[in-house]
Design a protein around this ligand. Structure first.
Ligand SMILES: Cc1cc2nc3c(=O)[nH]c(=O)nc-3n(C[C@H](O)[C@H](O)[C@H](O)COP(=O)(O)O)c2cc1C
Length: 162
């Protein structure tokens, strides 16, 4: 395997994004963060690319990420990226993840914010079916794929796409 995707999903958007990404990238393993959290000990991925896929919650990362990141050893991983799915805005979640990784001695090399169906009921919840289909197409167009060149060099987190 060359890529590990650590995934958290509430209602399936981020899982769908991760599955699409895994299919496009090939040679990818998807690991559920909640399931991995149940096992004790340090998490050591044995791939040279690691991605975190998760929903934006309250403009930031879901709480479970803040518990998970300190447990993952990434110092040997040359390429770390993230895909945050959001119903509207959420750039800060990627910056927040980068800060959390830096506290742990690594950093993001790239991050994508992908607009998907909003599952936050107080803000109106999911749009009508036609709009959902448009978001679905947009999401597929936005996600990094095997055609997206993955930069192998460590660099500052500046590859955000909006
Ligand atoms: C508690 C909660 C908070 C959310 N906060 C935001 C937010 O701040 N910004 C945003 O764009 N979307 C927000 N959303 C919408 C989700 O990020 C979005 O629908 C995401 O794609 C859901 O992914 P999932 O199905 O993998 O959980 C929120 C959703 C929930 C349930």
């Amino acid at each position: 395997m060359t890529t590990t995707l650590y995934v958290f999903t509430g209602t399936g958007n981020s899982l769908a994004a991760a599955e699409f990404l895994a299919q496009k990238l090939g040679d990818t393993v998807i690991e559920s963060i909640p399931i991995r959290m149940k096992k004790a000990g340090v998490v050591i991925p044995d791939t040279n690319k690691v991605g975190f896929v998760f929903p934006v919650n309250y403009c930031g990362v879901p709480f479970i990420l803040s518990e998970f990141i300190p447990r993952v050893s990434l110092s040997h991983v040359p390429y770390i990226f993230a895909v945050a799915t959001a119903g509207g805005i959420g750039r800060y979640a990627l910056l927040q993840l980068d800060k959390m990784l830096k506290k742990n001695g690594s950093s993001l090399q790239a991050g994508w914010l992908v607009r998907m169906v909003d599952n936050y009921i107080p803000y109106g919840g999911a749009p009508d079916e036609k709009t959902q289909k448009i978001f679905f197409q947009m999401q597929r167009a936005c996600l990094p794929t095997s055609q997206t060149p993955f930069r192998q060099k460590r660099r500052r987190c500046q590859d955000f796409l909006y």
